[in-house]
Design a protein around this ligand. Structure first.
Ligand code: NAP
Length: 290
């Protein structure tokens, strides 16, 4: 069977080329798209992710502001920082790097991000809009998975999609997006009792578990499309790649699959926020003297 490697770098490159032109056009109109990232504590992986996102902004001409708060930051202190960024007219998108230290109320912090700056799609309002099919900024990894599906012309309508994982930023929103595209969706989680049996019926598999090499090759139906959102220590995905490759008709590698498209999606949604900001400014009524 012919295999299709779903190359996220190719998808991301095309997205970023398009964004460069849009950033230039915004700058000519006096608006520089700006993403603010907030990192709390010193988790090395989180530091790397935040740095990668900041560098990605710079490479396409965007601005990024990095707010790095100490480990002992309280929820209240974090909320104050978020509010400040909400009220900063030069900031178009806010990303709070997940996870925050366990003493912080992460949900409360996410909910404090203004919806028009929630370019990472973490607020409950953003999730609700995504689920209802009119969300401006879906959560980035789910949106990236849908972008890969669209880019490679993978048929979704009428297919059985099985999502393994139900987190608010990944499993649940990607299930909603697949449902909006008329897939029949099954969402599995840690209490699912017959995971292998369910996966064997899947035309499309989305792995969002957070466990290295978790999805086994003999759980995959011959010819299924396999999308691996997992990103574990040592650049290892949530699927057993070599074994799943044998069965799949199309598959995302790790690294170089969903990850680069997630970052490109974050940039795209920040640029869209800046474009909306510019349109709103131009809509301000012009007062002329009589
Ligand atoms: P998470 O919040 O830890 O959620 C993991 C989900 O997997 C939960 O819903 C959990 O079920 C489920 N699960 C755990 N063990 C299971 C089992 N034995 N069988 C079935 N389901 C099981 O993780 P996340 O934030 O969604 O991230 C998932 C993965 O995606 C991680 O590898 C993460 O690094 C990666 N990720 C990648 C990107 C990217 O840009 N590529 C972005 C975000 C996340 P319960 O709900 O029952 O606990």
């Amino acid at each position: 069977m012919k295999k299709l490697i779903l190359d996220g770098n190719v998808v991301a490159q095309e997205m970023k080329e398009d964004l460069k032109g849009r950033v230039e056009s915004l700058k000519r109109n006096g608006v520089t798209p700006c993403l603010a990232t907030i990192l709390v504590g010193n988790d090395p992986s989180s530091e790397t992710y935040v740095k990668m996102k900041g560098n990605a902004c710079k490479r396409i001409g965007m601005k990024s502001i990095r707010v790095h708060l100490p480990e002992e930051t309280t929820t209240e202190e974090l909320l104050v920082k978020i509010e400040k960024l909400n009220n900063d007219p030069f900031v178009h998108g806010i990303l709070l790097q997940h996870p925050v230290p366990s003493h912080i109320d992460e949900r409360k912090a996410f909910e404090t991000i203004a919806i028009e700056k929630d370019v990472d799609g973490v607020t409950s309002a953003g999730y609700g809009q995504t689920a209802l099919g009119f969300g401006e900024y879906p959560s980035c990894t789910p949106a990236a998975i849908m972008k890969i599906i669209e880019f490679y012309g993978i048929e979704v309508e009428g297919k059985h999609a099985v999502v393994v994982g139900r987190s608010p930023i990944l499993g649940k929103p990607v299930s909603a997006l697949l449902l909006n595209e008329n897939a029949t969706v099954t969402t599995c989680h840690s209490k699912t009792t017959n995971l292998a049996e369910i996966l064997k019926q899947a035309d499309i598999v989305v792995a969002a578990v957070g466990k290295p090499n978790f999805i086994q090759g003999d759980w995959i139906k011959e010819g299924a499309v396999v999308l691996d959102a997992g990103y574990n220590k040592g650049n290892i995905g949530d699927i057993d790649y070599n074994a799943c490759y044998e069965k799949a008709s199309a598959i995302t590698p790790v690294p170089g699959g969903v990850g680069p498209v997630t970052i490109a999606t974050l940039l795209k949604q920040t640029v869209e926020s800046a474009e909306r900001d510019m349109r709103d400014r131009n809509r301000v009524p012009q007062f002329r003297q009589a």
